[in-house]
Design a protein around this ligand. Structure first.
Ligand code: GLA
Length: 375
């Protein structure tokens, strides 16, 4: 039985929380995510074969993946994410080296904190490391996104993989998803702290619903382009949108309105964060949640109960769902000294309303990819 010390490198990539800018990355908008200290770590060493031997610290499974047949693991549970990432990296022209990998994931699965991005990004970074290649976090993020889209079938944007690869300790990333320009914004919350809570909804249809929302925004764009000279929905200001919205109807109009207004909220939130105006930031979080509930319809009773209960606590100035939605986590801005009483308040009410427990995570804002030599 190999232990962590038997490997040569330790390569990690982060989970993420998105502060604001939800469901706008695939519409060319700006987002404000931050990498978490929760991460996926790959312990890796070359093994002189043309195979990757996969092992996990918390699973009994041992799966060997053949580097000459990487296309064939799409339906192999657990192996599909590392194999898909390796496949896309190989397709991009990178040399792959056979290796032993031990995966250790502290990002809870299905939490909406991007465990899959952390696995994809750390797998590619580990492969680059054993092959002696320099690490280019943006290139790795783009390849990881491609793996998620083409190998596992979720038509995602770039936010998760980018944050997982390029995150910076104690900073949020103001990322323009159209140009990939970024700005690191220090997370200085004054007397406030971020609290992340998982609603623990057991089964959600995140993949099919996610792809459906994407298609609706594409439909909105196509219709608006009949009049407006735009390449993506995020280019419209709310005023411009109101001039053209009669081209849209029903749900498609609601989805587009969410995107346009959420982009405006991101602009205001980044400015509020820079000047330390936590009250404004909190109000924008609440408005974002309401829009994701009413216009984009990606919340559900569990996330609504969690966020809206949080919003009722006197020490909480803002709370919203984070990530794709349909389940997963909320992020709340809470007076630091009252975090414990806040958790008790929310936990009790949530259990009473929903019938099972929410879960709170102790995590901080960490780095994206990190590589350390073990021996
Ligand atoms: C998922 C996707 C991201 C983004 C969010 C919603 O996390 O992977 O690309 O679209 O949902 O903001």
């Amino acid at each position: 039985m190999m232990t962590k010390k038997d490997y040569v490198w330790k390569v990690s990539a982060a989970g993420r929380v998105n502060l604001i800018g939800e469901h706008v990355d695939y519409c060319g908008g700006k987002v404000l995510p931050a990498a978490l200290s929760l991460c996926n770590t790959v312990y890796v060493r070359p093994n002189g074969t043309d195979k990757i031997n996969l092992a996990w610290t918390d699973l009994p499974d041992r799966i060997t993946v053949d580097l000459t047949k990487l296309d064939e693991y799409r339906n192999v549970k657990y192996a599909n994410y590392p194999a898909g990432s390796a496949y896309i990296w190989q397709q991009a022209g990178h040399k792959l080296v056979g290796c032993d990998m031990l995966h250790e994931c502290t990002v809870p699965f299905g939490s909406g904190l991007s465990s899959s991005a952390a696995i994809e990004v750390s797998t590619i970074a580990a492969l680059a490391t054993v092959a002696g290649e320099p690490i280019d976090p943006v290139e790795i993020a783009l390849a990881a996104q491609k793996a998620e889209r083409e190998y596992t079938g979720v038509n995602c944007g770039i936010m998760d993989q980018y944050a997982s690869a390029c995150g910076k300790k104690n900073h949020a990333i103001l990322l323009d998803c159209k140009t990939l320009e970024r700005e690191y914004v220090p997370i200085q919350l004054g007397d406030y702290a971020l609290v992340i809570a998982n609603c623990k909804k057991p089964h959600n249809l995140v993949e099919s619903k996610y792809n459906e929302r994407r298609a609706e925004t594409e439909e909105a764009l196509r219709l608006l382009q009949g009049e407006a000279r735009i390449e993506c929905l995020a280019e419209l200001t709310p005023d411009e949108f109101s001039r053209h919205e009669r081209l849209l109807s029903g749900k498609v109009r609601d989805r587009a309105r969410h995107v346009v207004e959420e982009c405006e909220r991101v602009r205001q939130a980044a400015a509020a964060m820079k000047r330390g105006d936590m009250r404004v930031l909190g109000r924008l979080l609440n408005a974002s949640h309401a829009s994701l509930k009413n216009l984009y319809e990606v919340t559900g009773v569990e996330l609504d109960t969690l966020a809206e209960t949080a919003q009722k606590h006197p020490a909480c100035i803002g709370s919203r769902m984070t990530g794709a939605g349909f389940g997963g986590c909320t992020v709340s801005l809470v007076k630091s000294e009252e975090v414990e009483s806040f958790k008790v308040f929310v936990a009790e009410r949530y259990r009473k309303a929903i019938g099972y427990d929410a879960e709170f995570y102790d995590t901080s804002i960490g780095d994206g990819i990190t590589v350390a030599k073990i021996k």
